[in-house]
Write a protein that binds this ligand. Structure first.
Ligand SMILES: C[S@@+](CC[C@H](N)C(=O)[O-])C[C@H]1O[C@@H](n2cnc3c(N)ncnc32)[C@H](O)[C@@H]1O
Length: 466
């Protein structure tokens, strides 16, 4: 039976998990959820929220999630301090009265001892959350003697399989099926995936010593978990966090990259590219709870929901399909934020070293893009430099004293052949992908979708040029 078939075992397990999640949210603060929405699971976008009945208007609060049930640097520090009284962060860690009574069968008293103030302070939000979730979700259940506060939340996290469309995982994991697809990724996606993979490897190298110490400590118990297994769990957790985190200010941290929180239920909302019209998040700092950062609400946007079955959407930001694929593992059939990174192609046609030096000197070398509405100014300058031997004239164009028309017809001719070349390369890539056997079809289709988005962009510009 397909996991999506209504009435299947998967469905009834899921209903129980959802009830547990709602019960947990109600017990731990002021949780509200509009009775006009319903959670549903689809093949295309997994779980999501849909309108059940009635209407949802602008500024109407759809749900509020108490700060106590959000997982972020603050709440992780608070919970760790319940087992490690030496951990002390002003206004965040436990007061004496809330420190858990020492219990020999709860391994966290021993395992969290190594999480000193200095060490916790040095970790990024990502690193702390990964190491904390790793213990609470993947390691603690091996003892059978204690349960994590966060269990109802962990139980509704996506599985590693559900995240397999994320290209960085093809590089980092041991699953080899999709590795051939990596070579077919557009340049923007490949660079993005490599950047994420480097970040993941770096974060693992920071938390690995903690995990190794835990592994050594397991030797005294009956728990048998290898470092290799824990690394795979870490990867799973990393991408759960990455694909579900929401912006919030974290007063204990300085870097923008640390400013995020995981918010149960809000993380069921799927993305739409129209940021202005759909729902948006609001943080109520007046409702901070005992160690949190503020209750998290979702409110309606200018689009009025009135059709039962309409999906309640949130914008994750102005992201192209290359970005969405790499950060979240999906693409949109139509995406107004798509653009093509044509840097490699443009650099390959400018072979003349003096032109390269000229563009470098003026900081115009590389980062060339074409979107549906624009050919980037950087690209126009590079093409102008290629077609015009008078670099003084190109400098005037750079400074805005001349328009691109001053370089016609050579500029138009080169741009047209540049785009035709690109279109041919894209067509060839599409054909290669279509012929690939033994790769996950969903992942292959995502990449095809990106290239088809590129084709639409090029067609639009080429039509304007004729
Ligand atoms: C914050 S979660 C949303 C809930 C998710 N659908 C689930 O089943 O748990 C983000 C993930 O949802 C999926 N997603 C979000 N928006 C989507 C969309 N428009 N189309 C397809 N998948 C989408 C992607 O897998 C993404 O990583």
């Amino acid at each position: 039976m397909s996991p999506f078939e209504p009435g299947g075992q998967h469905q009834s397990n899921w209903n129980v998990k959802l009830q547990n999640l709602e019960k947990w949210l109600k017990t731990n603060g002021d949780f509200t959820l509009s009775d006009r929405v319903i959670l549903q699971d689809t093949q295309k976008s997994g779980r999501g929220l849909y309108l059940k009945t009635g209407k949802i208007s602008r500024n109407e609060v759809l749900m509020t999630i108490p700060s106590e049930c959000q997982l972020n640097f603050h709440t992780a520090v608070y919970h760790i301090s319940q087992f490690n009284p030496k951990l002390s962060f002003d206004g965040v860690t436990c007061q004496d009265s809330t420190i858990a009574p020492s219990d020999e069968v709860d391994p966290r008293f021993q395992m969290y001892e190594i999480l000193s103030n200095e060490l916790v302070h040095s970790l990024s939000s990502f690193q702390l959350l990964c190491v904390y979730i790793l213990f609470e979700w993947k390691i603690l259940p091996h003892w059978n003697t204690a349960q994590s506060f966060w269990k109802p939340f962990f139980d509704v996290f996506p599985t590693l399989n559900e995240l397999e469309a994320i290209p960085a995982l093809w590089m980092l994991g041991t699953e080899e099926t999709n590795q051939p697809l990596f070579e077919c990724l557009p340049m923007a996606s490949r660079v993005h995936a490599e950047r994420i993979a480097a970040q993941v490897r770096n974060d693992w190298s920071v938390i690995e010593p903690i995990v190794k110490q835990w592994c050594n400590a397991f030797e005294d118990s009956n728990v048998s978990l290898t470092l290799a297994t824990l690394y795979m769990h870490f990867l799973h957790i990393y991408f759960v966090v990455n694909s579900r985190c929401l912006y919030i200010q974290i007063p204990l941290k300085d870097s923008i990259h640390d400013n995020f929180t995981l918010v149960p239920y809000v993380d069921f909302l799927n993305h739409n590219a129209d940021s202005e019209i759909y729902c948006s998040p609001q943080i109520n700092r007046m409702k901070k709870g005992k160690y949190g950062l503020g209750a998290f609400s979702i409110v309606g946007g200018s689009h009025q929901y009135s059709q039962p079955g309409e999906e309640i959407l949130l914008s994750y930001g102005a992201h192209s399909n290359d970005f969405l694929l790499n950060e979240y593992g999906f693409v949109l059939a139509e995406n107004k934020w798509n653009y093509i990174d044509v840097s490699a192609h443009c650099e390959s046609i400018i072979k003349e070293l003096p032109i390269q030096d000229f563009l470098r000197k003026h900081d115009f070398w590389g980062e060339y893009t074409i979107s549906g509405s624009d050919i980037s100014y950087r690209l126009l300058v590079a093409i102008a430099a290629k077609v015009c031997p008078d670099l003084k004239k190109v400098e005037k164009f750079m400074l805005g004293y001349l328009t691109e028309a001053s370089f016609d017809p050579a500029m138009k001719i080169l741009l047209k052949s540049f785009m035709l070349d690109l279109a041919q390369q894209i067509k060839a890539r599409i054909e290669t992908i279509k012929k690939m056997a033994n790769v996950d079809q969903l992942c292959a289709n995502n990449i095809l979708n990106i290239y088809q988005g590129y084709q639409m962009i090029l067609q639009r510009h080429m039509a304007e040029m004729t």
